[in-house]
Ligand binder design. Structure first.
Ligand code: NDP
Length: 345
């Protein structure tokens, strides 16, 4: 809103996602701005700071991070670190009196999610999870179409999220170390399907079953490569998902409903997602320019959402509770795969 100082974020962790997607997105924000950087690599931090006009005094290391408490230019921190580090940094940020945006997966255990939620409550600060798809215009239009009943009652949802992981790249290395990632392709990619099944069906499953493929590749010694799961719902619907670190990139959601079938493909891409419904020989594509979907940048919209929620009191689209529910279901998937038995949720 006019007259209000733009909301200042400090980015914690200057890795691939922060540098390539989040930092450039501040340029299209309405209410948010880049105010600080937190990094273990001072040289990189100085370079990024000078490229984005961040003053040197607003650069922090992981050791002096708690000093952000004394920096009024920083309203929130955005945690873009390896998964297992999210919880501790979120708790430290709340103790320093800041709001928190935290990347998915929220944390690597339900206990850590709860710790983050409790710390937010104690500090009376907002916790938001970086579920960018909630801000994707195609996903939003598809959800409007589904909620308006145009497809009829949803019966089966299928989610597929795969990508080939390169461990030559530093971001591939922590992803296969359980102590940093908390799990393999499910934690990294399959989580989009877990979250997607929940927003498409607007319902939480009552039972989870899952199976994990064996991998002889030593890279997948600590975490899973291929895993596949099924959620059973009280409404009578089913959702399926599979994820893999060794299959070429796909992000596809299939929706079988009573009146129409729909496909989101790509479903969870950074740009150019596409929603198509099929009835007999008729195909409608929602990403068509004729539908007049604004070319909204999902990253900027996500960054603007936190100050918007704080200023307007509107409900948050990506709360800590949402993040925790996904981790609860992911843990049920791992449990079912390990015991080869369905798990009630
Ligand atoms: P990267 O490995 O590229 O970056 C992680 C950064 O974290 C590093 O560059 C480093 O920053 C910092 N870091 C601190 N401690 C460690 C450590 N022990 N090992 C490795 N890095 C460390 O990962 P990504 O950017 O791909 O992923 C980061 C987070 O963002 C993950 O939680 C991931 O799930 C999420 N993500 C979300 C996406 C989305 O679409 N929403 C897409 C991609 C990732 P520095 O050098 O500055 O200290």
């Amino acid at each position: 809103p006019e007259g209000r100082r733009p909301f200042g974020y400090a980015i914690v962790g200057l890795g691939k996602y922060a540098i390539n997607q989040i930092l450039p997105a501040f340029g299209e924000c309405q209410h948010a701005r880049l105010a600080g950087l937190v990094s273990g690599d001072p040289q990189k931090a100085r370079k990024v700071a000078s490229a984005y006009g961040v003053p040197e005094k607003n650069i922090y290391s992981y050791d002096n991070f708690d000093d952000i408490r004394n920096n009024p230019e920083i309203d929130a921190v955005y945690i873009i670190l390896p998964n297992a580090l999210h919880a501790d940094f979120a708790v430290r940020a709340f103790r320093a009196g800041k709001h928190v945006m935290c990347e998915k997966p929220m944390a690597t255990s339900v206990e850590d999610c709860q710790r983050m939620i409790d710390a937010a409550r104690r500090a009376s600060k907002q916790l938001m999870i970086g579920y960018r798809c909630h801000f994707d215009p195609i996903t939003q239009s598809a959800l409007q179409t589904i909620r308006a009943g145009k497809l009829g009652k949803l019966r089966v949802v299928t989610t597929e999220n795969t990508d080939v992981l390169s461990i030559d790249d530093p971001s591939g290395q922590w992803r296969v170390k359980r102590s940093l990632s908390g799990g393999g392709s499910l934690m990294d990619l399959g989580i989009y399907g877990v979250n997607g099944a929940r927003y498409l069906l607007n319902e939480d499953p009552i039972e989870v079953s899952a199976i994990r493929a064996e991998s002889s590749n030593p890279v997948f010694h600590e975490v899973e490569d291929i895993i596949s799961w099924t959620f059973r719902y009280r409404s009578g619907a089913l959702a399926h998902g599979n994820s893999s670190f060794t299959a070429a990139a796909t992000s596809r959601f299939g929706i079988q409903a009573e009146k129409l079938s729909g496909t989101l493909n790509p479903a969870t891409g950074y740009y150019n997602n596409r929603f198509e419904t099929v009835a007999g020989e008729e195909t409608h594509v929602l990403s068509d320019p004729m539908f007049q979907i604004p070319a909204l940048n999902q990253f900027s919209a996500q960054l603007d959402h936190l100050p918007d929620v704080l200023g307007s009191g509107k409900p948050s689209l990506a709360t800590g509770e949402e993040g925790m529910q996904d981790i609860r279901l992911i843990q049920a998937i791992y449990q079912s795969a390990a015991t080869r038995r369905p798990v009630s949720t």
